[in-house]
Design a protein around this ligand. Structure first.
Ligand SMILES: [Zn+2]
Ligand SMILES: [Zn+2]
Length: 234
């Protein structure tokens, strides 16, 4: 499993890779899981956590309420006795286990959403509902459980998207950035494109050098800076 170590010695492990990344942040004592991937990957997720000898997960942070991130939240909460953390703007959807498909951000995905999404069966994007334990408003500091890290509101992809800033060095950003294309971090879907670009600015205002997205591989700061400048000009 790919992992990163920050300057304070925290480890970030990519528990599930690629399609929908799941990350574990650990300081050796406390564990924070970020997202849970898709329902059918539950078995694999459990096996990976077993391999890592994880018995308790203190916090489960959901970057947002979409099914490819939150589908196993209720299972994690039950098995690992985790407090489920989500932004207040996405909390209601999690309580219902519902996904609202965001708008497309480019012509192709706009067409896709406008046409295909009408035919997507509800059962595919519906998931087991989960009652959150901690609702985030703006910033939330994780010092109380031993991490030089904080959650910050980065809306745009959804109204309640969250990012986790670790050691002012690595950011775990959900779908606010994509890591699927080498030349672009631009997500194909977002509720509010302008809010999302403002969130990029917020991420760039940290000193983070690495941005870990939910889909694809790590983005370097230089790529985010380049994309941000281009969008500002355009
Ligand atoms: Zn999403
Ligand atoms: Zn996603």
């Amino acid at each position: 499993m790919k992992s990163w170590v920050t300057k304070s010695g925290y480890k970030i492990i990519r528990v599930l890779p690629g399609r929908s990344n799941v990350f574990l942040l650990t300081n050796g004592e406390k564990n924070i899981l970020i997202d849970t991937s898709i329902s059918y990957l539950w078995g694999k997720l459990q096996r990976r956590l077993e391999l890592l000898n994880i018995e308790t997960i203190d916090y489960l942070v959901l970057t947002h309420s979409h099914f490819d991130h939150a589908a196993n939240a209720s299972r994690i909460k039950e098995k690992y006795k985790s407090a489920v953390v989500i932004h207040m703007n996405d909390a209601q959807l999690l309580s219902k286990g519902e996904t609202v498909i965001p708008k497309g951000t480019v012509l192709f995905t706009t067409l896709l959403v406008n046409t295909l999404s009408r035919f997507i069966p509800k059962s595919l994007i519906k998931y087991t509902q989960c009652e959150p334990d901690l609702l985030i408003d703006s910033d939330y500091c994780l010092k109380t459980i031993g991490f030089n890290a904080y959650l910050t509101h980065t809306p745009g992809h959804t109204k309640g998207s969250l990012s986790l800033i670790v050691d002012d060095e690595i950011a775990i950003v959900g779908d606010t950035l994509f890591g699927v294309f080498r030349w672009s971090v631009y997500p194909p879907y977002a509720d509010d494109r302008n809010a999302m670009i403002n969130s990029w600015k917020k991420l760039l205002d940290t000193k983070c050098l690495i941005f870990l997205p939910s889909h694809g591989s790590a983005n370097k700061r230089s790529l985010l800076e380049k994309n941000f400048r281009m969008l500002q000009k355009g």
